[in-house]
Design a protein around this ligand. Structure first.
Ligand SMILES: Nc1ncnc2c1ncn2[C@@H]1O[C@H](COP(=O)(O)OP(=O)(O)OP(=O)(O)O)[C@@H](O)[C@H]1O
Length: 397
């Protein structure tokens, strides 16, 4: 396994930071501070530099500090004698990625230094079988395979084009010709998603069993929008050619309805990613605790898949999730951190962490160096020896 490590971070005019830098980053960094100090912004910066995208899916302009014209993010990543300088500049709605000073398309950089983020919003992964689960699959797939990223991007462009045409009451012949392209691109995207979901599900089921003592089984299926959710199990899904043929038929069948309603009704944007605990749909039947275990299993499975497919340890970004988990699930997550996965954790309160973990962590108090909230001690636990502050200047917002 290749173990690239993030050694240095630097932001200029990114989110609330005029300047932020962190050096000599170790295996475990705990970013602590009160609400709105900029904890999520730091892990978002790491996500942009590593996953080449943000788990918040913001507009480009939102990343640039209010009042500034452009933002710059830099990271130094090292593995033995290998050294990578990653750099992103954002200005006028454009993002330029550089590797060792050379501009590169983001699609070439994905997977180089992958990361897995776990944020409170991920808890919604357990609540609905639609958009969020599809997006989580595509975000993971985009880091694991440049093709997944490109095919998803092409599909979204085509879909936008088709929706615009439908809205403007375009000629059915134009829509039919767009459908031809959609069938090819859409069935490929679906094939990527289905293959990825089947691997993710296997890893999730294993982790779910570990988290719950094996008392109940987690299962799931990927249901294409052209399929009835009542019938098939994943094993029954057809091969790629047959799937494309069925998708084409559904596009043809539903064209009159699409023309009438002015939007696209069938395709991977409407597929369902279904999950069941003991045979019952997670979003409808699972308890809050079961839903949290499902999400934790999903995230741990993402880490496992990155290791398995890219032979690379991902960086783990845990944004304010400790407060969302109960003691048992917190323990499970902390035990997982014992592995050699470079991790950033944000929290408002260090009491969620035990002494063992704090002893091996570097605790960075983001409030201590802020000009708007001058040095204050971190609450709840005595500051460990390694506690320090980051060098930064936040804006007045
Ligand atoms: N483009 C921007 N320019 C200036 N400030 C911004 C920009 N984007 C976000 N902010 C500000 O950054 C601040 C910190 O946000 P962040 O989400 O990192 O907080 P946090 O420390 O994670 O807080 P919480 O504990 O409440 O989640 C917020 O007050 C937000 O308004």
């Amino acid at each position: 396994m290749d173990n690239l490590a993030l050694m240095r971070l630097e932001f200029v005019d990114f989110r609330n930071y005029e300047r932020f830098s962190l050096d000599d980053i170790g295996p475990l960094t705990v970013l602590v501070g009160p609400n709105a100090v900029g904890k999520t912004n730091v892990v978002e910066g790491v996500s942009l530099l590593t996953a080449q995208g943000s788990f918040r899916h913001p507009l480009m302009s939102q990343l640039v500090r209010q009042g500034a014209t452009h933002a710059r993010l830099k990271a130094l990543v090292v593995s033995g004698s290998r050294r990578l300088d990653l750099d992103i500049s954002i200005a006028e709605g454009k993002k330029v990625h550089r590797l060792n000073g050379k501009a590169k398309p983001a699609s070439e950089l994905r997977g180089l230094m992958p990361s897995v983020a776990f944020t409170p919003d991920d808890l919604f992964l357990a609540k609905k079988a639609g958009a969020l689960r599809r997006r989580a699959l595509d975000d993971l797939g985009s880091q694991l395979s440049a093709n997944h990223y490109l095919i998803r991007r092409d599909y979204e462009k085509l879909l936008q084009h088709k929706n615009k045409a439908l809205k403007e009451g375009a000629d059915p012949l134009l829509v039919a010709s767009l459908n031809e392209m959609l069938a090819t691109v859409g069935s490929t995207l679906e094939a990527y998603r289905r293959a990825l979901f089947s691997r993710l599900l296997a890893a999730m089921a294993e982790r779910y069993a570990q988290l719950t003592g094996g008392h109940e089984a987690l299962s799931g299926r990927y249901v294409p929008s052209w399929e009835s959710s009542e019938e098939p199990t994943p094993a029954d899904l057809p091969d790629r050619d047959e799937a494309k043929a069925r998708f084409e038929k559904a596009l043809e069948r539903r064209l009159p309805e699409e023309l009438r309603r002015g939007r696209s009704l069938v395709g991977p944007h409407a597929d369902r990613v279904e999950l069941f605990v003991a045979g019952l749909a997670v979003e409808d039947f699972a308890s809050q605790g079961q839903q949290r275990s499902v999400v934790l299993a999903w995230k741990l499975a993402e880490v496992a898949l990155v290791q398995e497919i890219l032979h690379q340890q991902p960086i783990l970004l845990l944004d304010d999730v400790m407060s969302e988990l109960d003691a048992a699930r917190r323990r499970a997550l902390i035990d997982f951190l014992a592995d050699d996965i470079q991790t950033f954790v944000t929290t408002t309160n260090l009491s969620y962490f035990d002494d063992d973990l704090l002893a091996r962590a570097r605790v960075v108090d983001l409030a201590a160096s802020s000009p708007t909230s001058p040095s204050r001690p971190v609450a709840a636990k005595p500051a460990p020896e390694s506690q320090e502050t980051a060098e930064f200047h936040s804006s007045d917002v």
